[in-house]
Design a protein around this ligand. Structure first.
Ligand code: SAM
Length: 274
């Protein structure tokens, strides 16, 4: 078995894993977070009683389930309810009023939202609470490449420390579990969300005519080429009049995309307007 205290990738091993992760997900692993990768692989070597990273590499190369599990293990799934106050303000005060006004003559006024890279569900549930509170007809598709995260998201049970992040005005969307250890998300707003195991490297089968896409804190791990592909895929799935949210530290400047940047009172947002 591999000695877990003496683990170090050879240069070639690191490059092989790095290349595979990039090809399959678009995520770029730098030398700086090599240690993260080493730790994940170390656990696998111990679990499967393997003697080198190369043996594990061969397994994931030929076994799709193992590959997906591995890719899941290298994703960063950090998230919070109502994470970004500027996004919430832009959504409530700018995007939703504008979309409703734009759709007022349309027969189908439902707002279709995609939470791409939804992790454990806090983002789509926050959006769901906001839209329901505003009495808007809506549906949400929430997707991720992390199967483990999606299972948590689908359950919709969260502990007290997570729930604390939810503003009081939305607390009525939570029910305390019988054993008082968890809070459950209200069934009605939960049913508005379809969770989907989806890799952003591929085109989505479920998403079309989207009015709003959230892809927040996902593309920070991508290089320009993969980022551009994903952003242009979003463009294709979106309505001709629609909005895209990306993270604070992310930008589309210098990427070849057709989105227009709009400066609102609460911060920047990207718009498709044809
Ligand atoms: C840091 S979390 C962001 C969660 C949420 N959007 C937020 O801002 O709080 C990034 C998520 O993106 C997902 N992700 C990374 N690469 C992906 C890909 N190629 N396809 C789909 N999801 C991906 C990860 O699994 C992870 O759950």
């Amino acid at each position: 078995m591999y000695n877990k205290y003496n683990f170090l990738f050879t240069k070639e091993e690191f490059l092989n894993f790095k290349e595979l992760i990039y090809l399959k997900t678009g995520i770029v692993f730098s030398e700086n977070n090599k240690i993260v990768l080493e730790n994940r692989i170390k656990n696998k070597l111990n679990e499967y009683k393997l003697s080198s990273p190369s043996e594990y590499y061969k397994i994931i190369l030929y076994n799709n389930n193992e590959l997906n599990e591995f890719l899941d293990s290298v994703t960063t799934n950090l998230t919070r309810f109502f994470r970004n106050s500027s996004h919430i303000n832009i959504l409530k005060n700018y995007v939703l009023p504008d979309l409703l006004e734009h759709k007022k003559e349309e027969f189908d006024r439902k707002i279709k939202v995609w939470s791409a890279g939804c992790s454990t569900g806090e983002e789509p549930y926050s959006i769901s609470m906001i839209l329901d509170k505003m009495n808007i007809d809506y549906s949400i598709i929430a997707s991720d490449i992390s199967y483990k995260s999606l299972l948590i998201a689908q359950k919709g049970n969260y502990k007290e420390d997570k729930i604390k992040e939810i503003p009081d005005q939305y607390k009525n969307y939570l029910n305390l579990n019988n054993d008082e250890k968890f809070y459950n998300i209200n069934e009605r707003i939960k049913k508005k969300i379809a969770f989907d195991y989806h890799n952003l490297k591929n085109k989505s089968q479920l998403c079309y005519n989207m009015d709003i896409v959230f892809c927040v804190n996902v593309l920070i791990y991508f290089d320009s080429k993969s980022k551009t592909e994903v952003i242009n895929n979003f463009y294709e799935t979106m309505n001709n009049y629609s909005y895209l949210f990306i993270g604070h530290s992310e930008t589309l400047i210098n990427l070849n995309t057709k989105f227009k940047m709009i400066n609102t009172e609460w911060g920047f947002i990207y718009k498709k307007y044809t």
